[in-house]
Design a protein around this ligand. Structure first.
Ligand code: CP
Ligand code: NVA
Length: 337
């Protein structure tokens, strides 16, 4: 049975900690895994811009011995040139996994439903789970542990915030989302995080007051105020974020040992000042590096032991009669029945 990496919510605390452990092993000894996915192929669909996610997936997958093919929106026009169903049914014949960065989260869940290939969410409007895993490896390296520590998110209650909140809940780290009143994280995510946190002991809280919300935090995290695809809301958002800039003054409310994090790209002078970005507390480039190691571990976890035969007869199969009257009995999947 294939697995997908669409949301942090789908993976247990144990599995997520295993991915972090594997990431550490891959980081310490990359050569040991050099041919571990030889013969596999991965498609990288990017409908939005990317530096970190694109480079780290492309390089990381190659470091594991697998092939990649990059598809921009100009190449495939996802959902417009042909349906997502047809895209899925083509790609599953060629590739073992599909890494996808797109707008609507539904595009990713639809692709996962129809394709036998493993799907990895490389950012949607709703979640950025690969970012969260890279960040929690970075936190583990700097803080040693999660339980009882405080993570303060400052800014928009956005996709990155959602994935980090869910992961904090999974591993028992307290999480406060400090956002303007009109830009809270999604209520369903907050409720889900609280549910997940009940057995792990994490406190999931919301605040609209930056100095109060970041008090005694071990980790302070921010992101751009206007995410990709939300450019039309820029003016309204910029007003709402008055008082939310991560500057030296606001950092004083956190623990003196607190680390500063940002998924990047950063808009220096907007959500964060140079003095914070470039301070000794800033670990933003460690985060960027760890995207490589953690994404290798995610891809390896999904693909190791999966054969394409299994993938192609997996959950992506559905019976369908086309309007032109052709059935799928000439397909490889059908021949196997
Ligand atoms: N943090 C992150 O996902 O960066 P990119 O948008 O450059 O991939
Ligand atoms: N919230 C940002 C994250 C970029 C990595 C966006 O979606 O544009």
């Amino acid at each position: 049975m294939k697995r997908d990496f669409l949301t942090i919510a789908d993976w247990s605390e144990k599995e997520l900690l295993q991915i972090l452990d594997l990431s550490k092993k891959m980081k310490a000894n990359p050569k040991k895994f050099a041919k571990s996915l030889e013969g596999k192929s991965v498609a990288l669909i990017f409908e939005k811009q990317s530096l970190r996610t694109h480079v780290t997936f492309e390089i990381g997958i190659k470091q594991l011995g697998a092939n990649t093919v990059y598809l921009s929106n100009a190449d495939i026009s996802l959902g417009k040139r042909e349906s997502i169903y047809d895209t899925a049914k083509n790609l599953e014949r060629w590739v073992d996994a599909i890494v996808i960065r797109t707008f609507a989260h539904k595009n990713v869940t639809d692709l996962a439903r129809h394709a036998g290939s493993c799907i990895v969410n490389a950012l949607t409007d709703f979640e950025h789970p690969c970012q969260a895993v890279g960040d929690f490896l970075t936190i583990q390296e700097h803080l040693g542990s999660f339980k009882g520590k405080k993570f303060a998110w400052v800014g928009d209650g956005n996709n990155v915030c959602h994935s980090l909140m869910l992961l904090a809940a999974k591993v028992g780290m307290n999480f406060t989302a400090v956002t303007p009143a009109g830009l809270l994280p999604d209520t369903n995510i907050v409720n889900l995080a609280k549910e997940i946190a009940a057995p792990t002991g994490a406190r999931i809280e919301l605040s609209t007051n930056p100095p109060e919300g970041v008090r005694d935090a071990d980790v302070i995290y921010t992101d751009v105020w206007v995410s990709m695809g939300q450019e039309a809301d820029r003016e309204i958002k910029m007003k709402a974020f008055s008082g939310f800039q991560l500057n030296a003054e606001l950092m004083k409310n956190a623990k003196p040992t607190a680390v500063f994090m940002h998924c990047l790209p950063a808009h220096r002078g907007e959500e964060v000042t140079d003095e914070v970005m470039d301070s000794p507390q800033s670990i933003v480039f460690d985060e960027a590096e760890n995207r490589l190691h953690t994404q290798k571990a995610i891809i390896y976890t999904l693909l190791k032991g999966q054969s394409r035969e299994k993938l192609n007869t997996g959950s992506g199969r559905r019976k369908l009669t086309h309007s032109r009257g052709t059935t799928r009995n000439n397909s490889r999947t059908a021949r196997k029945r």
